[in-house]
Design a protein around this ligand. Structure first.
Ligand code: HEC
Length: 176
């Protein structure tokens, strides 16, 4: 009943209905729950934890990195996103997606709005496919996905997170 009222109201205003539909389509889905991963409230070092993951995300002793595809220069990198050491942070922090400028790679303090997190957490992110492209879902462990989440939640610094503004009751991820 309530749903019917909402639909009728939206139909009465085609502009609003159009924007509502566009919004609904852009929500990510097929996301991995990271709720059980203990939160890291401080001490995430960008270089070691985040760039380290970009350089090699395998935890089985092998080597495969986001940088294999997201290499320099940005103009030839996959998705025009260069994640190589030394330049990756500046390409992510507050930067609009090349593929969809309506979303940003990293919105400081808001992992749920950040395309970088969606791309590793969800089978159907707002833009393109799940990363790392060409690898099965689950290639990035929930712990690795949570590290990206927590780093962004702490403000996504180029150095080390201090976490002073986090509380211990945050519910994390999309799939709760
Ligand atoms: C085998 C190649 C490959 C690997 C490995 C890879 N990517 Fe990608 N990535 C792509 C391609 C191709 C695209 C563009 C299509 C898309 O968005 O799905 C892309 C797009 C992206 C985008 C969106 C770019 C934009 O313009 O909006 C992000 C963010 C991203 N990748 C992050 C990562 C991260 C983080 C990793 C490592 C965990 C990774 N990728 C590993 C190929 C790869």
């Amino acid at each position: 009943m309530r749903h019917g009222v909402v639909v009728a109201a939206l139909a009465a205003c085609s502009t609003l209905a159009g924007s509502f539909a566009a919004f609904a389509q852009t929500l990510p889905n097929g996301c991995t729950s990271i709720a059980d991963v203990p939160a890291q409230f401080s001490g995430i070092q960008y270089g070691a934890a985040i760039q380290g993951l970009f350089d090699n995300f395998l935890t089985n002793g092998g080597t495969a990195g986001c940088v294999d595809c997201h290499t320099n220069p940005a103009s030839t990198a996959s998705g025009h996103l260069d994640l190589t050491d030394g330049v990756s942070w500046a390409h992510l922090f507050g930067v609009k997606s090349y593929e969809n400028p309506n979303v940003k790679y990293v919105v400081p303090n808001h992992p749920e709005q950040s395309l970088l997190f969606q791309k590793v957490n969800c089978d159907n992110p707002q833009v393109g496919v799940r990363m790392p492209d060409g690898f099965p879902p689950g290639t990035l462990s929930p712990e690795q996905q949570a590290t990206i989440y927590d780093w962004i939640a702490e403000g996504a610094p180029a150095g080390t997170t201090d976490g002073i503004f986090r509380n211990g009751f945050d519910i994390r991820g999309f799939a709760q």
